[in-house]
Write a protein that binds this ligand. Structure first.
Ligand code: AMP
Length: 242
């Protein structure tokens, strides 16, 4: 029964997105929610599903750090403390990424904006890039019981090769330490410790949570209940974007 319902929703979402593509309408989906609320897992899945690029600022910044670029060296100082990287730095990275050809029909933005100032930057960047293109913009908020998030964070592992996310408590890999998808080594993010997690939650409450109100007032916010299994949240996500 559940499966049939899911297939119906999947078809509806496909029809909607295909219709938008036919009408030359661009789809911009942004995601809000506290650290470890499940955004990364769901947006990766959604991007594959809709054939839109998945743009995740945390991963873009970690790639800069790994490549030891000047931006990466600067960003690391903030990430290691659980603070936000300066707005100019992250906006520059986002503007470059959103200007690329693969974002022409739409994108899924995960982790940006994370403050009111970044939200204003995003509007500016979108206006510059889009010109007269028709856009469907939606902010999706993952509403979740925050008391479970610290345990999620310390149990989180990700594949060093393909980025697939695991959780030792509820989505363990079949072989310990190795990615089910590509066999890559699983690693723990440096900022996924209890201490840095506390600071990330404080940063979220102070800087990012006000965006829920901001996008509600703009009339573009959709909330989903992000408690439950990956499959349950996935179904709710498809329902709101259809
Ligand atoms: P995430 O992978 O989304 O949990 O992000 C990891 C860290 O990268 C955050 O704790 C911030 O330090 C930094 N970061 C990610 N996205 C942004 C952003 N939009 N603005 C500033 N810092 C960010």
């Amino acid at each position: 029964m559940n499966k049939v319902k899911n297939i119906d929703v999947v078809n509806m979402v496909n029809n909607y997105i295909n219709e938008e593509k036919r009408q030359d309408m661009k789809t911009e989906l942004i995601f809000l929610g506290p650290p470890a609320c499940g955004k990364g897992t769901q947006t990766t899945k959604l991007a594959e599903y809709l054939h839109f690029p998945h743009i995740d600022t945390g991963s873009l910044l970690r790639a800069e750090i790994a490549a030891e670029t000047p931006a990466g060296i600067e960003a690391k100082k903030f990430i290691d403390k659980g603070n936000l990287v300066p707005v100019e730095l992250v906006s520059r990275i986002i503007k470059n990424r959103l200007s690329q050809e693969d974002c022409k029909d739409g994108y899924i933005l995960d982790g940006f904006p994370r403050s009111l100032e970044q939200a204003e930057q995003l509007t500016k960047i979108n206006n510059e890039i889009n010109g007269s293109t028709q856009v469907r913009f939606m902010a999706i908020y993952f509403d979740i019981d925050t008391s479970i998030l610290e345990e999620r964070i310390v149990n989180r592992r990700s594949c060093s090769k393909c980025g697939e996310i695991y959780n030792l408590a509820f989505k363990a890999p079949k072989t310990q330490g190795l990615c089910d998808k590509c066999g890559g080594e699983l690693i723990q993010r440096k900022d996924d410790t209890r201490e840095i997690a506390h600071s990330r939650f404080e940063t979220y409450d102070r800087e990012t949570a006000p965006l829920v109100d901001y996008y509600t007032k703009m009339g573009v916010l959709k909330s989903i209940d992000a408690n439950g299994t990956i499959d349950e949240v996935w179904e709710r996500l498809l329902e709101v974007i259809k």
